[in-house]
Design a protein. Sequence first.
Length: 144
Amino acid sequence: MSRDESRPYALRITNHVSRFTLSLARNSVFRVLLSWILTNMSFAIPVERLHETATLIAFYHPQPGYPFHVLLVPKRARQSLTDLTPADADFLIDLFQTVQLLVERFNLEEPGYRLIANGGRYQDVPHLHFHLISDLAIETGFEE
């Protein structure tokens, strides 16, 4: 059984809404709206939150490419890593503390994990985000 099939119906619907929202994020007008929502109304985003701080939100990727696939998204509007400034230090601290928390919570140290930031032509959604991934589903409760 896949991770999506093992979730309650309401969470599966939420997953479909998340996929639709991410596809809209490619539209420049929607990107502005998405950034505003992330900054001011993150509670309204239909995702299964794993962790949230004042500067970021972490949730399961709506279209996972790995047995464990989490997105970490800054609430501030930043298109890519090159847009980060010293004023974003609080976000970077939250990012690494959140990664540490998730690695511990999901026991990812032993099977291994990667933290990825795509940029340029490799970035599907033009809002900075990071992928915390693991090829192995050891003790996460998800099957490959």
